[in-house]
Design a protein around this ligand. Structure first.
Ligand SMILES: Nc1ncnc2c1ncn2[C@@H]1O[C@H](COP(=O)(O)OP(=O)(O)OP(=O)(O)O)[C@@H](O)[C@H]1O
Length: 469
């Protein structure tokens, strides 16, 4: 039985729908306004939500769907609309809807969609309780990361090939390790091959192994990485860097799970599970002729796309707390307090290097503030402070006196149409704010100010003078 909510401004339609769902054993309730629907999904757990698009107080697809998908029970959403369009259908599916039905869809069709969505939910609930996922070192609870962990659970329960995509530093290797740890192969080896770091001349011998005398430097037999993963998992990290010739040889290994080490006359077996990871767009590489299409299709039976950190800002707080505690313990210093402005500044930065960059910033900050009991935003590197200050300026532009802001080039006479400041002005405003905060929290201890800000003494004095601080 599923718990169902229908959000539709037609009370008669809701009444008939609820009665029919009830006859099929589901518990259905309805509301006629989008706002009431949102309140309800955040107050109660639902399995499936039927959502109308044109509501008196908003557009279900645009204003409702994303929020409903992020509700604690993360219900499946079926869009029902009297004004269906191909673009609407695409938007719905891309935004995570289960289905997109045009009114008047027959009630049977709606009940079929409900049946499928509720069966899927049941199966998912069984999987989750059957296997409480060991997360390893993975920190974070954002919906984006939760979606990845769902796929980790699915992948761990099967033996199919997995492709993990995502920008550098997003945690692809951690995800791969979690699949291995949760799979029946956990007792076997987890062998990581960094395809970008293997010298091209050695790559075949590293992967396949070699016999003594196979080439000039082969002074003894060597077991290749593929054989080392026998009974376990092989992670091909940066698989896009695998040379084209090796891709062909590897494809055969993937099909046969057999190969011949260099210089050997005998083929050997290796029963490994393959996970590949890449921060490059392999599909584009296939189109450009740099990656084999047949290998590409074989790699991705399950694909996990790890979102960049900037699109799961909710994880930053958890990651910071975890890392600060970990690093302080490692450095044998007392754990530090964290002020809200420290987290806010980190949340407003875009993290091109993702979690790896965040960890480096925290390590650096703790090293530079060993004696500080609390971390403030002013302890962060300048570029992050600047970004935070710029964001606060652009969200609520301060009223400026005309004399404060020289006209920007080309804006004379039309400045009323240009609320944005110039880059130089924004930079100066951020710089001034940063220095003021720094002095406020550290005092006039010039050595510490210079050490924390990374500025030379001369430059520091120059800026104090410039901003009359
Ligand atoms: N969710 C997370 N929780 C805790 N630590 C994380 C998380 N994601 C990434 N990290 C840490 O960030 C660093 C980079 O992670 P990882 O090497 O898995 O990224 P990657 O996507 O494989 O990077 P690359 O593409 O550059 O190989 C590691 O120190 C890892 O432990």
């Amino acid at each position: 039985m599923a718990k169902v909510l229908i959000i539709d401004d037609d009370p008669e339609f809701c009444r008939v729908f609820c009665r029919m769902a009830g006859q099929l054993g589901h518990a259905a309730v309805s509301v006629q306004r989008l706002g009431d629907g949102l309140l309800k999904v955040y107050a109660e757990a639902f399995d499936v939500v039927f959502l109308d698009v044109r509501m008196p107080d908003g557009n279900g697809l645009v204003d409702g769907l994303p929020q409903i998908r992020e509700a604690p029970s993360c219900p499946e959403v079926i869009i029902i609309t009297g004004f269906g369009s191909q673009d609407g259908a695409e938007l719905a599916i891309c935004s995570g809807a289960w289905d997109y039905l045009e009114k008047p869809a027959s009630l049977e069709r709606m009940m079929l969609a409900l049946l499928r969505a509720s069966q899927y939910r049941e199966a998912k609930a069984c999987r989750n309780t059957a296997m409480a996922l060991k997360r390893g070192n993975i920190v974070g609870n954002s919906p984006g990361l939760a979606g990845c962990l769902d796929l980790v659970a699915q992948a761990a329960g099967s033996d199919v090939n997995v492709l993990i995509k995502g920008e550098t530093g997003t945690g692809k290797e951690l995800i791969a390790a979690a699949i291995h740890e949760n799979s029946p192969r956990a007792a076997g080896n987890f062998v990581v091959v960094d395809c970008a770091a293997l010298p091209e001349s050695l790559i075949e011998s590293m992967l396949f192994g070699h016999c003594r005398g196979a080439f000039t430097d082969a002074t003894h037999d060597r077991v290749g990485l593929i054989k080392q993963a026998d009974g376990g998992t092989l992670l091909l990290d940066e698989v896009g860097e695998l040379p084209f010739t090796v891709q062909k040889a590897f494809l055969r290994v993937l099909q046969e799970r057999r190969f011949r080490p260099l210089g050997s006359s005998r083929e050997i077996n290796s029963n490994f599970r393959l996970i590949a990871a890449s921060n490059r767009d392999l599909y584009q590489m296939v189109k450009a002729g740099h990656f084999r299409e047949d290998l590409f299709f074989r790699l991705q039976t399950i694909t996990i796309a790890v979102p960049p950190l900037r699109s799961r800002v909710e994880d930053i707080r958890d990651l910071v707390l975890h890392q600060v505690h970990r690093i302080c313990r490692y450095c044998r210093i007392d754990s530090k307090g964290i002020s809200p402005d420290f987290i806010e500044a980190l949340e407003s930065y875009e993290w091109p290097g993702n979690v790896r960059e965040l960890i480096h910033v925290i390590e650096r900050t703790i090293t530079l503030t060993r004696d500080e009991p609390t971390l403030y935003a002013c302890h962060l590197p300048l570029h992050i402070r600047v970004k935070a200050a710029r964001n606060s300026v652009s969200h609520s532009p301060p009223a400026q006196k005309a004399s404060d802001s020289p006209p920007t080039p080309g804006s004379a006479g039309t400045s009323g149409n240009h609320p944005l400041t110039t880059l130089q002005q924004a930079r100066e405003s951020a710089e001034r704010q940063y220095l003021a905060d720094l002095i406020r929290s550290v005092g006039r201890d010039i050595d510490r100010c210079c050490r924390l800000s990374g500025l030379s003494r001369a430059r520091f004095y120059q800026l104090l003078k410039k901003y009359e601080l």
